[in-house]
Design a protein around this ligand. Structure first.
Ligand SMILES: C[S@@+](CC[C@H](N)C(=O)[O-])C[C@H]1O[C@@H](n2cnc3c(N)ncnc32)[C@H](O)[C@@H]1O
Length: 256
Protein backbone atom coordinates (compact mmCIF):
# COMPACT_ATOMS: atom_id res chain seq x y z
CA UNK A 1 0.00 0.00 0.00
CA UNK A 2 1.53 3.38 -0.94
CA UNK A 3 2.20 5.42 2.18
CA UNK A 4 -0.38 8.08 2.91
CA UNK A 5 -3.46 6.04 2.00
CA UNK A 6 -5.43 5.94 5.21
CA UNK A 7 -6.46 2.40 6.05
CA UNK A 8 -9.55 3.45 8.06
CA UNK A 9 -11.39 3.70 4.70
CA UNK A 10 -10.83 0.02 4.08
CA UNK A 11 -13.38 -2.65 4.78
CA UNK A 12 -12.49 -5.15 7.51
CA UNK A 13 -11.98 -7.94 4.97
CA UNK A 14 -9.71 -5.82 2.74
CA UNK A 15 -7.67 -4.90 5.80
CA UNK A 16 -7.43 -8.58 6.79
CA UNK A 17 -6.09 -9.47 3.32
CA UNK A 18 -3.52 -6.70 3.52
CA UNK A 19 -2.38 -7.59 7.03
CA UNK A 20 -2.07 -11.21 5.93
CA UNK A 21 0.05 -10.18 2.94
CA UNK A 22 2.34 -8.20 5.22
CA UNK A 23 2.72 -11.13 7.60
CA UNK A 24 3.60 -13.43 4.72
CA UNK A 25 6.23 -10.95 3.58
CA UNK A 26 7.70 -10.71 7.07
CA UNK A 27 7.91 -14.50 7.40
CA UNK A 28 9.43 -14.79 3.94
CA UNK A 29 11.98 -12.10 4.70
CA UNK A 30 12.96 -13.89 7.90
CA UNK A 31 13.19 -17.30 6.22
CA UNK A 32 15.10 -15.95 3.23
CA UNK A 33 17.67 -13.97 5.19
CA UNK A 34 18.17 -15.30 8.69
CA UNK A 35 16.30 -18.43 9.76
CA UNK A 36 18.95 -21.07 9.02
CA UNK A 37 21.64 -19.53 11.26
CA UNK A 38 24.26 -19.81 8.48
CA UNK A 39 27.07 -17.29 8.56
CA UNK A 40 27.61 -16.19 4.95
CA UNK A 41 29.87 -13.34 3.87
CA UNK A 42 27.19 -10.71 4.44
CA UNK A 43 26.26 -11.92 7.94
CA UNK A 44 29.94 -12.21 8.86
CA UNK A 45 30.59 -8.60 7.77
CA UNK A 46 27.46 -7.20 9.42
CA UNK A 47 27.93 -9.25 12.62
CA UNK A 48 31.58 -8.25 13.08
CA UNK A 49 30.72 -4.62 12.39
CA UNK A 50 28.07 -4.36 15.09
CA UNK A 51 29.93 -6.61 17.51
CA UNK A 52 32.78 -4.11 17.53
CA UNK A 53 30.84 -0.86 17.25
CA UNK A 54 27.59 -1.06 19.23
CA UNK A 55 27.58 -0.41 22.95
CA UNK A 56 25.44 0.81 25.82
CA UNK A 57 21.75 1.52 25.23
CA UNK A 58 20.96 0.66 21.60
CA UNK A 59 18.00 1.45 19.32
CA UNK A 60 17.34 -0.79 16.29
CA UNK A 61 15.52 1.63 13.95
CA UNK A 62 13.56 -0.24 11.25
CA UNK A 63 14.24 -3.57 12.93
CA UNK A 64 12.03 -5.77 10.74
CA UNK A 65 11.63 -9.29 12.16
CA UNK A 66 15.19 -9.56 13.50
CA UNK A 67 16.28 -7.37 16.47
CA UNK A 68 16.46 -10.56 18.57
CA UNK A 69 19.06 -11.82 16.10
CA UNK A 70 21.13 -8.65 15.99
CA UNK A 71 21.10 -8.76 19.82
CA UNK A 72 23.34 -11.83 19.54
CA UNK A 73 26.02 -9.78 17.78
CA UNK A 74 26.15 -7.02 20.41
CA UNK A 75 27.98 -8.26 23.54
CA UNK A 76 28.73 -4.67 24.64
CA UNK A 77 25.06 -3.67 24.38
CA UNK A 78 23.40 -3.15 27.77
CA UNK A 79 19.79 -2.60 26.67
CA UNK A 80 18.09 -2.96 23.29
CA UNK A 81 15.00 -1.10 22.07
CA UNK A 82 13.54 -1.56 18.60
CA UNK A 83 10.94 0.06 16.35
CA UNK A 84 9.45 -0.86 13.01
CA UNK A 85 6.64 0.45 10.82
CA UNK A 86 4.21 -2.51 10.51
CA UNK A 87 2.69 -3.89 13.70
CA UNK A 88 3.11 -7.35 12.15
CA UNK A 89 6.89 -7.10 12.52
CA UNK A 90 6.50 -6.23 16.18
CA UNK A 91 4.11 -9.15 16.79
CA UNK A 92 6.47 -11.50 14.92
CA UNK A 93 9.45 -10.46 17.06
CA UNK A 94 7.49 -10.66 20.32
CA UNK A 95 6.52 -14.23 19.48
CA UNK A 96 10.12 -15.10 18.60
CA UNK A 97 11.29 -13.65 21.92
CA UNK A 98 8.65 -15.59 23.83
CA UNK A 99 9.71 -18.83 22.11
CA UNK A 100 13.49 -18.20 22.27
CA UNK A 101 14.18 -21.50 24.05
CA UNK A 102 13.02 -23.33 20.92
CA UNK A 103 15.27 -21.64 18.37
CA UNK A 104 18.27 -19.99 20.00
CA UNK A 105 20.62 -22.93 19.37
CA UNK A 106 20.19 -22.43 15.59
CA UNK A 107 22.20 -19.25 16.07
CA UNK A 108 25.24 -20.75 17.78
CA UNK A 109 27.23 -19.98 14.58
CA UNK A 110 26.42 -16.28 15.19
CA UNK A 111 27.81 -16.63 18.72
CA UNK A 112 31.03 -17.98 17.14
CA UNK A 113 31.40 -14.70 15.18
CA UNK A 114 31.28 -12.84 18.51
CA UNK A 115 33.72 -15.31 20.09
CA UNK A 116 36.21 -14.76 17.27
CA UNK A 117 36.42 -11.15 18.51
CA UNK A 118 35.77 -11.38 22.26
CA UNK A 119 36.76 -14.96 23.13
CA UNK A 120 34.60 -17.87 24.32
CA UNK A 121 31.21 -16.93 25.78
CA UNK A 122 29.12 -18.95 28.27
CA UNK A 123 26.53 -21.46 27.06
CA UNK A 124 23.77 -19.10 28.18
CA UNK A 125 25.18 -16.24 26.05
CA UNK A 126 22.43 -16.01 23.40
CA UNK A 127 19.57 -16.22 25.90
CA UNK A 128 21.19 -13.52 28.05
CA UNK A 129 21.53 -11.26 25.00
CA UNK A 130 17.85 -11.68 24.14
CA UNK A 131 16.90 -10.81 27.72
CA UNK A 132 18.53 -7.41 27.16
CA UNK A 133 15.66 -6.45 24.80
CA UNK A 134 13.66 -3.97 26.85
CA UNK A 135 11.00 -2.83 24.41
CA UNK A 136 9.87 -3.21 20.82
CA UNK A 137 7.18 -0.98 19.42
CA UNK A 138 5.47 0.28 16.30
CA UNK A 139 6.70 3.68 15.10
CA UNK A 140 7.35 5.60 11.90
CA UNK A 141 10.91 6.91 11.97
CA UNK A 142 9.95 9.72 9.59
CA UNK A 143 7.31 10.95 12.06
CA UNK A 144 8.59 10.50 15.59
CA UNK A 145 10.72 8.13 17.61
CA UNK A 146 8.95 7.51 20.94
CA UNK A 147 11.97 8.10 23.17
CA UNK A 148 13.40 11.05 25.13
CA UNK A 149 16.16 13.29 23.73
CA UNK A 150 19.72 11.95 23.99
CA UNK A 151 18.55 8.51 25.19
CA UNK A 152 20.76 6.15 23.16
CA UNK A 153 24.47 5.48 22.93
CA UNK A 154 24.05 3.68 19.59
CA UNK A 155 21.39 3.62 16.88
CA UNK A 156 21.55 0.84 14.30
CA UNK A 157 19.64 1.27 11.07
CA UNK A 158 20.21 -1.67 8.80
CA UNK A 159 18.79 -1.79 5.26
CA UNK A 160 15.97 0.49 6.41
CA UNK A 161 16.79 4.12 5.49
CA UNK A 162 16.99 2.98 1.86
CA UNK A 163 13.34 1.88 2.13
CA UNK A 164 12.11 5.42 2.67
CA UNK A 165 10.15 7.02 -0.12
CA UNK A 166 12.08 10.22 -0.76
CA UNK A 167 14.76 12.59 0.46
CA UNK A 168 12.35 14.52 2.64
CA UNK A 169 11.59 11.36 4.60
CA UNK A 170 15.30 10.55 4.81
CA UNK A 171 15.99 14.01 6.20
CA UNK A 172 13.21 13.65 8.80
CA UNK A 173 14.38 10.18 9.83
CA UNK A 174 17.95 11.43 10.33
CA UNK A 175 16.66 14.39 12.35
CA UNK A 176 14.70 11.99 14.60
CA UNK A 177 17.66 9.64 15.00
CA UNK A 178 19.88 12.56 15.91
CA UNK A 179 17.43 13.75 18.55
CA UNK A 180 17.39 10.42 20.42
CA UNK A 181 21.18 9.90 20.19
CA UNK A 182 23.47 11.18 22.92
CA UNK A 183 26.11 13.71 21.88
CA UNK A 184 29.07 11.56 20.85
CA UNK A 185 26.66 8.63 20.24
CA UNK A 186 27.08 6.47 17.13
CA UNK A 187 24.79 5.75 14.20
CA UNK A 188 25.64 2.47 12.48
CA UNK A 189 24.07 2.26 9.06
CA UNK A 190 24.00 -0.48 6.45
CA UNK A 191 22.58 -0.29 2.97
CA UNK A 192 22.89 -2.13 -0.29
CA UNK A 193 23.71 -0.86 -3.75
CA UNK A 194 20.52 -2.41 -5.08
CA UNK A 195 17.15 -0.95 -5.90
CA UNK A 196 14.23 -3.24 -5.29
CA UNK A 197 11.37 -2.59 -7.65
CA UNK A 198 9.35 -5.72 -6.94
CA UNK A 199 5.74 -4.54 -6.88
CA UNK A 200 4.69 -7.77 -5.21
CA UNK A 201 6.31 -6.65 -1.97
CA UNK A 202 4.78 -4.17 0.51
CA UNK A 203 5.79 -0.57 -0.25
CA UNK A 204 7.63 -0.12 3.06
CA UNK A 205 10.17 -2.74 2.02
CA UNK A 206 11.13 -1.12 -1.25
CA UNK A 207 14.66 0.05 -1.39
CA UNK A 208 13.30 3.18 -2.95
CA UNK A 209 16.21 5.58 -2.69
CA UNK A 210 18.97 5.24 -5.27
CA UNK A 211 22.52 5.80 -4.12
CA UNK A 212 21.46 5.82 -0.49
CA UNK A 213 25.02 5.75 0.75
CA UNK A 214 25.84 8.98 -1.05
CA UNK A 215 22.55 10.55 0.00
CA UNK A 216 22.79 9.49 3.60
CA UNK A 217 26.25 10.99 3.91
CA UNK A 218 24.98 14.26 2.51
CA UNK A 219 22.07 14.41 4.97
CA UNK A 220 24.17 13.21 7.91
CA UNK A 221 26.73 15.93 7.33
CA UNK A 222 24.00 18.57 6.93
CA UNK A 223 22.46 17.41 10.23
CA UNK A 224 25.65 17.69 12.25
CA UNK A 225 27.02 14.14 12.13
CA UNK A 226 30.67 13.33 11.58
CA UNK A 227 31.22 10.36 9.24
CA UNK A 228 33.83 8.26 11.01
CA UNK A 229 34.17 5.40 8.55
CA UNK A 230 32.59 3.67 5.60
CA UNK A 231 33.47 0.20 4.37
CA UNK A 232 32.19 -1.42 1.18
CA UNK A 233 31.82 -5.21 1.14
CA UNK A 234 31.57 -6.91 -2.22
CA UNK A 235 29.10 -9.80 -2.10
CA UNK A 236 29.06 -10.87 -5.69
CA UNK A 237 27.53 -13.32 -6.45
CA UNK A 238 24.73 -12.63 -3.98
CA UNK A 239 22.31 -15.52 -3.42
CA UNK A 240 19.49 -13.36 -2.03
CA UNK A 241 16.29 -14.41 -3.77
CA UNK A 242 14.22 -11.37 -2.75
CA UNK A 243 16.50 -8.46 -3.59
CA UNK A 244 19.22 -7.78 -6.12
CA UNK A 245 22.46 -6.32 -4.85
CA UNK A 246 26.16 -7.11 -5.04
CA UNK A 247 27.56 -4.81 -2.43
CA UNK A 248 26.82 -3.46 1.05
CA UNK A 249 28.09 -0.33 2.71
CA UNK A 250 28.84 -0.30 6.46
CA UNK A 251 28.85 3.25 7.71
CA UNK A 252 29.66 4.66 11.15
CA UNK A 253 28.79 8.25 12.07
CA UNK A 254 29.01 10.22 15.29
CA UNK A 255 26.62 12.87 16.60
CA UNK A 256 28.72 15.99 17.18
C1 LIG B 1 14.78 -4.42 4.36
S1 LIG B 1 14.02 -4.35 5.90
C2 LIG B 1 15.40 -4.44 7.04
C3 LIG B 1 15.01 -5.10 8.34
C4 LIG B 1 16.17 -5.30 9.33
N1 LIG B 1 16.67 -4.01 9.77
C5 LIG B 1 17.27 -6.13 8.75
O1 LIG B 1 18.45 -5.75 8.91
O2 LIG B 1 17.03 -7.19 8.19
C6 LIG B 1 13.58 -2.65 6.02
C7 LIG B 1 12.78 -2.33 7.26
O3 LIG B 1 12.58 -0.92 7.35
C8 LIG B 1 11.30 -0.71 7.90
N2 LIG B 1 10.81 0.62 7.59
C9 LIG B 1 10.55 1.15 6.36
N3 LIG B 1 10.07 2.40 6.48
C10 LIG B 1 10.03 2.67 7.82
C11 LIG B 1 9.61 3.80 8.58
N4 LIG B 1 9.14 4.90 7.99
N5 LIG B 1 9.69 3.74 9.94
C12 LIG B 1 10.13 2.61 10.55
N6 LIG B 1 10.56 1.50 9.89
C13 LIG B 1 10.49 1.53 8.53
C14 LIG B 1 10.47 -1.79 7.23
O4 LIG B 1 9.27 -2.01 7.91
C15 LIG B 1 11.41 -2.98 7.24
O5 LIG B 1 11.26 -3.76 8.38
Amino acid sequence: MPKGIVSSNLTASAKFIMDNKKLKYIEKYYLNNYADGDVDKEIEAVGSFIAKESAGRVLDCGCGPVPQIYAIFMPQMKELYAIDLPQESIDFVKEKIALRGKWYQTFLPYQKVVESIYGVQPESYILKQIEKIKDIQQADMTENLPFPDEYFDTVISFYSLGCLNNEEELNKAIYNIKRVLKTGGKLLHINTNGKNSNNELPAYTWRGLDQTSKLIKKYLKNSGFNIISEKQVDLFPNKDSMYTYSNISLLKAEKL
